[in-house]
Design a protein around this ligand. Structure first.
Ligand code: UDX
Ligand code: ADP
Length: 458
């Protein structure tokens, strides 16, 4: 066990909240405070209804909150009173000016750096947790160490690799913890201080260190590699549909090669989430910035295939449903960008809904956890959208079901009963290849899986 430490996290989002809950749980001798500018978010972290849904998180927070885990809006006091500061504020894609649509918007991050500088009365370790462009730590060091008052800041990069839906497990048993630092005496000491915190529950051999730029870049590259696998299998799914091959069979055969591996080879309507799109665009921007046009084009194609896959899904629906969706009722099973989360950021469901509305379809959105976010995402959309949590009721009177999120509950529904309540001919478009397609067909549905021949009654 290491000495007691006072830890602050700025930003109580999907990364900051769960990560700090895990540190508090595994390091009962440390005091962990999480601050945010959003008072509603902090109130939710202090309530029985946390601001995010994540399996196992409620129990983790409940056990530590009030003991050595605190949520607060007092950023100034937080900075003053703590020695180790994680920065986990949002870094969305820039929506304006130079690099719009590609580069990371660093305004929240820079504001935080300036706040740390303004309120610090003693030297501190500042840790980048948010995913940032390479060399951001340099900018952070320059801002933080711009005042000559005896206060010194060591900046570390410690990217978070957790995936939503499995965050608690990923935090408890990470594949690796990466800590990047300056290779100065003070940088190495700061690196060890952080490593000691993780060593409370993570085996030492899994805590790896590197120079600070490698650490920043590793996070972008890890996400780019993961997303590239999905775009690769999705590109193959389009080919399978033309060649009467089955993408699941191809993925199994390919994935059994131990050099390739079986994970992340599920064809889908496309990847979503707050990271993949943003981080690849960030990488592309970075490459272009360094004049590496070919490298930038290579990574950009991953995003292009992802957009293509979503558009292809809509075109397949249109083609199957006699080239018109106008006035037809389409039920969406799932709106979250993946199962086991309420998060809808960059969810393909947003694109699919907008395109369906453009085709003048009526959309019924169903999801067990994400309806609140879905309502916000679609607030400005013109057209007829309704929200029904129960997937069975949502499908009533619909012409088609489009399965967009791989929630396990969709595997266990009474499809015969659902079929009876739908308009005929009834269609299922399985954007996750989750259902038993043969069974759906036998019940009477026209079934359109991804990357497999459709099963139709005409
Ligand atoms: C990702 C990274 O996995 C994580 O390491 C990083 O810290 C943040 O970004 P996350 O976005 O939470 O995590 O979820 P992930 O499980 O990676 O899924 C991302 C998207 O890819 C989802 O839309 C998911 O449905 C899709 N996906 C994943 C597929 O379409 N097929 C697959 O085989 C796997
Ligand atoms: P992530 O998925 O990276 O955790 P989120 O958007 O879920 O991103 O969370 C980021 C959090 O950071 C939000 O709750 C936001 O209110 C908070 N935030 C942004 N800027 C600041 C700031 N200057 N000070 C404190 N919190 C901030």
């Amino acid at each position: 066990m290491t000495s007691a430490k006072k830890i602050l996290c700025i930003g109580a989002g999907y990364v900051g909240g769960p990560t700090m809950a895990m540190i508090a749980s595994k390091c009962p001798h440390c005091r962990v405070t999480v601050v945010d500018i959003d008072p509603e978010r902090i109130a939710a972290w202090n309530s029985d209804e946390l601001p995010i849904y994540e399996p196992g998180l409620d129990q983790l927070v409940a056990a530590a909150r009030g003991r050595n885990l605190f949520f607060s809006t007092d950023i100034e006091a937080g900075i003053r009173e703590n020695d180790i500061i994680f920065v986990s504020v949002n870094t969305p894609t820039k929506a304006f000016g130079l690099g719009a649509g590609m580069a990371a918007d660093l305004q929240y991050w820079e504001k935080t750096a300036r706040q740390i500088l303004a309120f610090s009365e003693s030297s501190k370790i500042v840790i980048e947790k948010s995913t940032l462009p390479v060399k951001t730590a340099l900018a952070m060091e320059r801002i933080l160490n711009s005042r000559v008052n005896g206060v010194f800041f060591d900046v570390l990069s410690n990217p978070e690799f957790l995936a939503e839906g499995t965050a608690v497990r990923d935090l408890e048993q990470p594949d690796r913890i990466l800590i990047g630092s300056r290779e100065t005496e003070s940088g190495l000491k700061a690196r060890e201080t952080l490593a000691e915190i993780y060593a409370n529950w993570v085996p030492r051999e899994k805590i790896i260190t590197s120079n600070i730029w490698s650490s920043e870049l590793s996070k972008l590259v890890a996400n780019a590699f993961l997303a590239q696998r999905i775009s690769s299998i999705n590109a193959v799914s389009a080919l399978c549909e033309k060649a009467d091959a089955d993408v699941t069979e191809v993925a199994r055969a390919v994935g059994m090669d131990s050099r390739i591996g079986a994970k992340f080879l599920n064809a889908s309507i496309g990847f979503g989430g707050s990271c993949f799109n943003k981080d690849i665009l960030n990488l592309v921007y970075l490459c272009r910035n360094y004049g590496l046009e070919e490298v930038a084009d290579y990574w950009e194609s991953v995003v292009k295939i992802n957009d293509y896959q979503q558009e292809r899904f809509i075109r397949n629906m249109l083609g199957a449903m006699f080239n018109t969706l106008a006035g037809k009722r389409i039920c969406l099973w799932g709106f979250a960008f993946k199962a086991n989360t309420s998060d809808t950021r960059e969810s393909p469901a947003i694109f699919v809904t907008r395109r369906l509305l453009e085709e003048r379809a009526e959309v019924v959105v169903s999801d067990p956890k994400a309806l609140k976010n879905a309502r916000m995402d679609l607030a400005g959309s013109a057209g007829r959208v309704s929200y029904v949590e129960d997937p069975v009721r949502a499908a009533e009177g619909c012409h088609a079901i489009a399965l967009l999120t791989e929630w396990d509950l969709y595997r266990h529904l009474d499809l015969r009963k659902i079929f009876e309540t739908m308009e005929k001919p009834a269609f299922i478009f399985d954007g996750r290849n989750l259902l038993d397609h043969r069974r759906c067909f036998d019940i009477g549905f026209n079934v359109y899986p991804l990357g497999k021949p459709p099963l139709t009654h005409f």
